[in-house]
Design a protein around this ligand. Structure first.
Ligand SMILES: Cc1ncc(COP(=O)(O)O)c(C=O)c1O
Length: 381
């Protein structure tokens, strides 16, 4: 009775872990949502927008004042020129931007190159749009094996999905790597769909580079970002896609019939967000840097092996040796016996690699992380 496409993926394991976490009264380091408040100015801007009557549909592809601000931000921060009238679509989160892009680009059977580990949505995005994913594992040090990447491209390849900074491993793609990917896109007539939702959450002086700003890539890139992570408003569901006008016109058609539009009053509040001073972004990264170091240290002390992420707000950790449990069993043990929820690594891998890993988020208050560290310490007791 059901469409075959729904058989190709399961419900989100991340959100499932959140439910388990609530059941066991555990500290939820599974789902990447802040447990601290959104900036007061933004909350006021949202309340004002409702009181000022921005309560009906906005233009389907986004309120004009928001598209104008996104265009300015894209020019200044991403070095991408995007015409607000024809090259920007405001969506219900970057989640919708990604799905609408895939539906706009993919014909049944087209191949999509995806780096592994990957954000768990990309599998279902491929399944719903009819794409066949081709996974390219990153090396142990998160570098790219150029030969493996090159051999993933063939005549059926239509799209490569990028995510920088990466969830779950925290990799920030370098200009050299992006140039290599851009060359492959040009040579194989492939579109890069790039999820840059963590573009402001970077550590150790890493720089965010958008592949859409590289030579010859403007016409073949869809750049996706949103407000959820940078402004700690993941429940607002405002994201966007930047793309050359023919691509945008297809994305807008899909977007219109999927959702009509993103929440109008919150789009107005997001204009205020884009006017925050540079210091806001410096403080955001520095706040997360402290949390990153704290969680990393706590995990190492408790017997996990893990690298410091270069960006985003997750640590991907190897399960301590000798537990005899795979990622699923260990995640369940952690949530019920240790009182800390994490995401089983296999949510981010097609290969067996994920079975030895858990992902923890540090987008939490310091008190929450301190309590988690206390509980994690029992693992080594
Ligand atoms: C890589 C990545 N992309 C997209 C999203 C979802 O973003 P949004 O709230 O804009 O839909 C997340 C959320 O965790 C994410 O980690």
């Amino acid at each position: 009775m059901l469409a075959r496409r729904t058989g190709h993926f399961v419900e989100s394991v991340i959100r499932d872990m959140t439910r388990l976490s609530l059941k066991h009264n555990a500290i939820n380091l599974a789902q990447g949502f802040p447990d601290f408040p959104a900036p007061l100015l933004l909350k006021q801007a949202a309340a004002n927008a409702i009181m000022e009557n921005f309560n009906q549909y906005s233009i389907t592809w986004g309120a004009k004042d928001l598209r104008d601000e996104i265009s300015r931000k894209a020019r200044e921060y991403n070095h991408i020129e995007a015409d607000p009238e024809t090259e920007i679509t405001v969506t219900c989160g970057s989640t919708e931007a990604m799905m609408a892009s895939m539906l706009a680009l993919i014909n049944e059977g087209d191949e999509v190159v995806v780096f592994e580990p990957f954000y768990e949505n990309y599998g279902p995005d491929a399944a719903v749009s009819g794409a066949v994913p081709s996974f390219v594992p990153l090396n142990d040090d998160n570098s790219i094996d150029e030969d493996t990447l090159e051999s993933a491209f063939n005549r059926k390849t239509r799209v490569i999905i990028l995510n920088t900074p990466n969830n779950p491993c925290g990799k920030v793609f370098t200009r050299r790597e992006l140039k290599m990917i851009a060359d492959l896109c040009v040579d194989n007539d492939v579109i890069a769909v790039t999820d840059e939702i963590y573009e402001y959450i970077l550590y150790d002086n890493k720089k965010h580079i958008s592949i859409g700003s590289l030579d010859d890539m403007k016409e073949r890139t869809i750049t996706i970002s949103g407000f959820s992570k940078t402004y700690s408003v993941i429940g607002w569901r405002i994201g966007y896609a930047l793309a050359e006008k023919n691509l945008t016109s297809a994305i807008r058609k899909v977007h219109d019939f999927l959702t009509v539009g993103a929440p109008a009053p919150l789009q107005h509040a997001c204009v205020t967000a884009l006017k925050f001073p540079d210091s806001y972004y410096r403080e955001l990264a520095s706040m997360y840097d402290g949390k990153r170091r704290f969680l990393h240290r706590a995990l190492i002390k408790s017997g996990f092996k893990c690298k410091m992420p270069e960006g985003a707000y997750y640590v991907l950790a190897d399960i301590p040796e000798g537990t005899g449990m795979d990622d699923m069993a260990f995640a369940k043990y952690m949530v019920s016996e240790v009182g800390v929820a994490a995401v089983p690594g296999s949510s981010f891998y097609k290969s067996e690699e994920g079975k030895h890993k858990l992902r923890f988020t540090f987008s939490k208050k310091d008190e929450t992380l301190q309590e988690a560290a206390k509980r994690l310490a029992h693992l080594n007791a």
